[in-house]
Design a protein around this ligand. Structure first.
Ligand SMILES: [Zn+2]
Length: 368
């Protein structure tokens, strides 16, 4: 193709060569102005530098090789200048970005209104859980986690619920099917409390221990306004030398004031949990009526909020099987546990536990 449009050279004197090469240089410059993307650049390269039918090959074949010996040098010098020009035109064409027209087509109208992105927010359960953890983190507690599918040993036996003990019936348990051949302590279940992480932590590290254990727990409870088969707990464990009941009371009194306000009072009632002895239920003064008595506190002025107690020596004995430093004669500790949903319902005035899980944006949006 190119040979058809390729000019013939009438003479090999300087004037003829100058004008012939000047015409080609012009042509190259004009060609280069049409290059606006990579495929244009490739077309330019083929047209000028193609090994088989590029214009420079035509110049080389038609002018340089045909030149009489006396003119070879002057044709060769001009050919070199033309070749350099073509190569530099190609180089700068490839390096240049899109043309003005392309830029104009892609321009963004900054006066248009932006598209609004919704900001995510913590679920009220997550937020409450994090608030509780933060209160104890400020007291030097670290966070422990463990599996939701747990063995009978960690969930019950090591927490001092012996096989057949009636306390097991207080936590209606979802068990994994087809495990009858396994020994009871190895059978899998969905953990009914976060307490097994107490034992897992003590087995991993000698005292002192200060951990809070947030997490999901499962019970075979029918759903109603205040119960759900899946809910969240934050459990705490503190073990060291000379830990006493007054440390427990002081810690929980501080935590309740940090969560519900400094005006809140706490009181402790004797209770029973297999893994603590003595055990207590903690009540806080009603945050709705300030203790005067209202419908929310059943006119008692107090609301029961969490369970706690001094770690039972039998629990330390299980831990001592792997960590002998848990010798109940030398160390002592306390544990406590609270339901996250219950605290979130109180803090935010929510009456139906199911609203936390329904995924209704009208409900959840209030917490964003
Ligand atoms: Zn009240």
């Amino acid at each position: 193709m190119t040979s058809e449009t390729f000019p013939t050279l009438s003479a090999f004197d300087d004037d003829a060569l100058d004008s012939a090469f000047a015409a080609l240089e012009n042509r190259a410059r004009v060609d280069a102005t049409f290059v606006s993307n990579e495929s244009d650049a490739e077309a330019f390269r083929l047209r000028w530098l193609g090994r088989k039918q590029g214009l420079l090959k035509d110049v080389s074949d038609g002018w340089l090789k045909a030149a009489p010996p006396t003119a070879k040098k002057s044709v060769g010098e001009r050919f070199k200048v033309l070749k350099d020009l073509v190569e530099s035109l190609l180089e700068s064409a490839v390096g240049t970005g899109p043309t003005d027209a392309t830029l104009a087509a892609e321009a963004i109208d900054i006066s248009l209104p932006g598209s609004r992105r919704l900001t995510g927010a913590e679920h009220p359960i997550t937020r409450t859980l994090n608030e509780i953890v933060a209160v104890f983190a400020a007291l030097g507690y670290s966070v422990g986690v463990g599996p939701e599918v747990e063995t009978d040993f960690y969930n019950f036996e090591s927490m001092n619920f012996p096989p057949g003990h009636p306390a097991r019936d207080t936590q209606d348990t979802l068990v994994i099917a087809h495990q009858d051949r396994r020994p009871l302590r190895d059978r899998l279940l969905l953990r009914t409390h976060t307490s097994p992480v107490q034992m897992r932590t003590m087995e991993q590290q000698p005292p002192p221990v200060r951990i809070v254990i947030p997490g999901k727990v499962h019970r075979n409870d029918a759903q109603d306004a205040t119960h759900s088969p899946i809910f969240h707990q934050v459990e705490g464990l503190c073990v060291d030398t000379n830990i006493t009941l007054s440390d427990l009371k002081g810690t929980l009194d501080h935590a309740m004031k940090a969560l519900f306000g400094s005006a809140v009072k706490t009181r402790f009632f004797p209770s029973f949990f297999p893994f603590t002895e003595p055990s207590a239920d903690v009540q806080i003064s009603c945050i709705f009526c300030g203790g005067k008595g209202c419908r929310k506190c059943k006119h008692s002025g107090w609301i029961e909020l969490l369970g706690c107690g001094m770690v039972d020596p039998a629990v330390f004995a299980f831990a001592a099987e792997k960590q002998p430093a848990y010798d109940p004669k030398k160390i002592s500790g306390f544990a406590f546990g609270m339901g996250v949903e219950r605290i979130a319902m109180m803090k935010y005035g929510i009456s139906e536990i199911g609203q936390f899980y329904a995924g209704d944006m009208r409900f959840l949006g209030q917490f964003a």
